[in-house]
Design a binder for this molecule. Structure first.
Ligand code: GLN
Length: 194
């Protein structure tokens, strides 16, 4: 099973290392054609405005929408979650507009720009160590979205069918269980698509 990591900007190599711990193959995706060679896609953290601009420039908006339309799983982490969202708080325009969530950027304020904590994630047995860096929050979810994690009453992990999103950086710790959760989603989608 092959899982791609969008490699326009951001934490790409760390995601590939975490994917490989699940036993799947991790591949950097720099050109739209390379999407044909993977069964799932991770959109990493970084800076969402920059990632969005580069996605437009290289034709990834349409290509990833099509990838999603085929039921292939997509996992957005931090800036990647912002890029996946249908709506942004404030007047900012969305990017892929695929997942039925409203996100607020840099939502933790200056005091809590970067921090680590243990989070309960629905579907994963024990708490997962999470690293937050200028993280976004999910302010609202549509009816088909399942909330997987609350941190101090705020939504920081959610799933809508084949789409998964989290506010933090799961690739920056040795704990690869959220990558395993995503790899299981990819495996399930492959059996469903047979
Ligand atoms: N603050 C960044 C943004 O708005 C996201 C930060 C991150 O991915 N660590 O795009």
């Amino acid at each position: 099973m092959r899982i791609g990591v969008l490699a326009l900007q951001g934490a790409v190599t760390e995601h590939i290392a975490s994917i490989e711990k699940t036993g799947a193959q991790g591949l950097p995706i720099k050109r739209v054609e390379e999407l044909d060679g993977v069964e799932g896609l991770i959109i990493p953290g970084g800076e969402s405005t920059t990632i969005g601009k580069l996605m437009r420039k290289y034709g990834f908006i349409e290509a990833i929408r099509e990838f999603s339309g085929q039921g292939k799983p997509i996992f957005g982490t931090c800036a990647g979650m912002i890029v996946l969202a249908k709506r942004m708080a404030g007047d900012e325009a969305g990017h892929l507009e695929l997942m039925d969530i409203t996100v607020a950027r840099n939502a933790f304020g200056r005091q809590r720009e970067s921090f680590e904590c243990d989070l309960e994630i629905k579907g994963i047995a024990d708490p997962v160590r999470a690293v937050f860096i200028r993280a976004p929050l999910i302010e609202e979810v549509g009816p088909d979205v399942e909330v997987l994690t609350l941190y101090k009453d705020e939504i920081v992990t959610a799933r809508q069918g084949h789409l998964l999103a989290c506010s933090f950086h799961p690739e920056l710790t040795d704990d690869y269980r959220l990558h395993q959760y995503f790899a299981d989603m990819v495996e399930d989608s492959m059996t469903a698509n047979l």
